[in-house]
Design a protein around this ligand. Structure first.
Ligand SMILES: CC(C)(COP(=O)(O)OP(=O)(O)OC[C@H]1O[C@@H](n2cnc3c(N)ncnc32)[C@H](O)[C@@H]1OP(=O)(O)O)[C@@H](O)C(=O)NCCC(=O)NCCS
Length: 232
């Protein structure tokens, strides 16, 4: 039974193949660990301020990421630009999934040594596929000269904000300006319709932090993520 201070995460549970709970009340960490053991939970996690760290480590959690949130204003007029990006269609879902599987390495699933890499790849790959299949409000893709997909950015509309849900460039195509092109295209997509753009990434993800900063984003907040798994 799920205690009232935890919430089942359905998508995460599907990806891990065992129940995943989010700990809503960090003061109940030790109690949650006992309940998670009894319920054969595969992963229990919490995200919050750094000051919670000592108590969560004491309860058996480990620190897996520092999440940084950044923001920038979207110019109200779409600046003239040459874009090599186009909107994705449902038919692109498999190609976008392949880029995601090959690219993401800094998220909490990949940095947790208790989660096998193939499950972390499934997590990001399926997430990206779902975005293209309709979860995201729009997904933009970059193309190679032969027309295959080399990168993507998936966008969620939340009131006046456009959120970068996922962005990735296939490893063979990184470092050539495609990340910049994707963000420029996302800003052009949002111009006149949304006031600001938000994104979250890991402090350890140097490439993405530099990319966002170079494009004009500024940090607004930080949070830490801790995981507990039954096998340590
Ligand atoms: C983040 C990512 C999308 C950047 O794409 P990219 O096409 O390689 O980026 P660009 O070539 O457009 O680079 C733009 C700027 O980002 C920074 N940057 C890109 N790669 C970098 C690296 N490996 N190290 C440091 N800075 C880097 C630089 O400031 C660069 O500007 P510059 O070329 O003028 O120096 C790509 O590294 C990626 O797919 N990473 C894996 C997925 C991921 O972690 N996504 C972000 C999660 S929120």
């Amino acid at each position: 039974m799920i205690p009232e201070f935890c919430t089942l995460r359905a998508f995460d549970s599907d990806m891990l193949g065992r129940p995943v709970w989010y700990l809503d009340d960090p003061d109940k960490a030790a109690e949650a660990v006992r309940a998670a053991r009894d319920a054969d939970v595969g992963l229990l996690f919490h995200r919050g301020p750094a000051l919670l760290g000592a108590a969560l480590l004491e309860a058996g959690f480990r620190h897996v990421e520092t999440l940084v949130t950044l923001e920038m204003d979207i110019p109200s007029v779409d600046p003239p630009h040459h874009s090599d990006c186009r909107l994705a269609t449902v038919d692109d879902a498999g190609s976008v999934e392949a880029v995601a599987r090959a690219s993401f390495r800094s998220d909490r699933w990949h940095t947790d040594p208790a989660i096998p890499d193939y499950k972390a790849h499934d997590f990001k790959g399926t997430w990206a596929r779902n975005d293209v299949a309709g979860r995201a409000d729009a997904t933009l893709v970059t193309l190679t000269p032969d027309g295959s997909i080399s990168g993507f950015v998936a966008l969620l509309a939340r009131g006046e904000a456009l959120i970068i849900d996922l962005i990735a460039v296939a490893p063979a195509h990184q470092g050539r300006g495609l990340g910049r092109s994707l963000i420029a295209a996302a800003l052009a997509y949002g111009a006149g319709r949304y006031r600001r753009m938000n994104v979250g990434t890991q402090a350890a993800n140097t490439a993405s932090i530099r990319l966002y900063t170079a494009m004009g984003f500024a940090e607004t907040s930080r949070a830490e993520t801790w995981h507990w798994t039954p096998d340590g």
